[in-house]
Design a protein around this ligand. Structure first.
Ligand code: AHR
Length: 487
């Protein structure tokens, strides 16, 4: 019998709902034929946005969506994507697959998508190949409500009222595809660009500076003292690649047990990254005024055979669900610093929550983890402990616990062991336990949903749960994740 102890009196920071954010880039079939099909499509849509995708995202309460990239962001010139569609520039997407980008999805369309889903937009500006003026005018175009050239242009394009934009990123991966800059150089540029991203009227920008890739602690050391007074948050990117071997990532399906555990080990590394970058941030920002935003995370494998290598299309199995469950538990437990995270990417790219093909849509096991974990959004993290054993180089049981505004306790628990079931006893101290219920997602490590079997894996009611003497007992089969509600 394994022990989980949750202390209902040990209320910690609020778990920012934005930890459950997504990322969408002009990459492969994420935007086009992913979330957007155009007004004339036979696929059900509202103003060109796929209705099935919008409804699915509403169900998981998607809080925030990042766009337009990624590497694409530092080549994106926003004026190419406004005005009558017939007149918009057609160009090659040089980063991703060398395909035609017709700019039919631009600022108005992205903000319309966010409106339909009910999520906050997070716009990533172009620092790599764009000018200060261009970035400044984008903010003016979107958020200025008075008399100005950009406000007039917006009105000419059919939108009189300004939008409310909070999250604004200044460059993406500026140490790499965003300009190959050195840390100090980027920090200077950041300070300059963000100066001209104005707060108009009631609209207050939440300014986001480009942080490190993975374990580049030097980047964090160098930029923090230079940007901390000008940024609300810095970013961090990390992808879980089995054994960290980019040239031998392996397939998304049909993998070995060794690859399963190697992927979970790679996902578990997020704990060290967030801790160490957080420690550096603590030195310069002990009051935690500057947040850490992990705005690209997820698993990365070889593309599906026969697909465009530049489209980064991969299937999504229970292995991905376990990696997501583990990573989200890590973010929850660091919610005093991690204020947002955006899985890469939302539709048809990398660790997608949704896959589409024509008019068909599949909700992946990763989607179902976001569904199970939505209970944590804006709840207070609770102190918790789980008894674990090592399996394949990772702790076999990963948990996090929170209390929502009604005093209900939610525990998410993942049994990462591919095979062995765990009998669990949950003790909730500091509260009277009257009842407990749960939902569970379970399956073989390599199981997935496809277009012919879209409901192969779905959360089910956790039958094997009972309360006795103020304790909750339940069973987690190997390779499963559950949400337990304790009242
Ligand atoms: O998500 C795919 C790519 O990975 C992004 O465009 C880039 O920022 C990162 O390197």
């Amino acid at each position: 019998m394994r022990k989980i102890i949750v202390n209902a009196l040990d209320k910690r920071s609020r778990i920012n709902r934005n930890i459950y954010g997504n990322f969408s880039e002009h990459l492969g079939r994420c935007i086009y034929n992913g979330l957007y099909v155009g007004e004339g499509s036979s696929i059900p849509n509202i103003n060109g946005m796929r209705t099935d995708v919008v409804e699915a995202l509403k169900h998981i309460k998607l809080p925030v969506l990042r766009w337009p990239g990624g590497c694409f962001a530092d080549e994106y010139h926003w004026k190419d994507g406004i005005g009558p569609k017939a007149g918009r520039k057609r160009m090659v997407n040089t980063h991703w697959g060398g395909v035609i980008e017709d700019n039919s999805f631009g600022t108005h369309e992205f903000l319309e998508f966010c409106r339909q889903v009910g999520c906050e937009p997070y716009i990533n500006g172009n620092l790599g190949s764009g000018t200060v003026q261009e970035m400044s005018e984008w903010v003016e175009y979107m958020t200025f409500g008075g008399e100005s050239p950009m406000a007039r242009l917006r009105e000419e394009n059919g939108r009189k009222e300004p939008w409310r934009i909070k999250y604004f990123g200044v460059g993406n991966e500026s140490w790499g595809c965003g300009g190959n800059m050195q840390a100090e150089y980027y920090a200077h540029e950041y300070r300059r660009y963000q100066t001209y991203c104005r707060d108009y009227g009631e609209n207050k920008l939440y300014r986001i500076a480009c942080g490190p890739y993975t374990d580049d602690y030097d980047w964090t050391e160098k930029i923090m003292p230079m940007v901390k007074d000008f940024a609300d948050a810095i970013t961090m990117h990390y992808y879980a690649v089995p054994k960290g071997k980019w040239d031998q990532k392996g397939p998304a399906t049909g993998f070995t047990r060794e690859a399963y555990y190697a992927t979970l080990q790679a996902a578990a590394y997020m704990e060290e990254l967030v801790t160490k970058h957080g420690q550096i941030m603590d030195k310069y920002d002990p009051e935690h005024k500057v947040g850490l935003i992990v705005d690209e995370w997820g698993t990365w494998y070889d593309v599906e055979p026969g697909t465009n290598p530049g489209f980064l299309y991969q299937q999504n199995t229970m292995r991905d669900a376990m990696a997501a469950a583990l990573t989200l538990n890590i973010f929850n437990s660091h919610c005093d610093r991690v204020v947002m995270a955006n899985i890469a990417q939302m539709v048809n790219v990398l660790q997608a929550v949704i896959l589409t093909e024509g008019d068909k849509m599949v909700l992946t096991p990763t989607y179902h983890v976001f569904d199970l974990y939505k209970c944590h959004q804006d709840a207070r993290l609770l102190g918790s402990f789980a008894e674990t054993e090592d399996v394949g180089g990772v702790a076999d049981l990963s948990i996090s616990a929170s209390m929502d505004s009604e005093g209900t306790v939610h525990v998410t628990a993942a049994n990462l062991d591919a095979d062995r079931r765990l009998e669990i006893e949950l003790e909730a101290s500091g509260m009277r336990v009257n009842s407990a219920a749960g939902r569970i997602l379970a399956g073989n490590m390599g199981a997935f949903n496809d277009f012919d079997h879209p409901k192969n894996l779905e959360p089910a009611v956790l039958e094997d749960i009972a309360t006795a003497g103020g304790r909750v007992r339940f069973m987690l089969p190997g390779c499963s994740v559950a949400e337990i509600t304790v009242r």
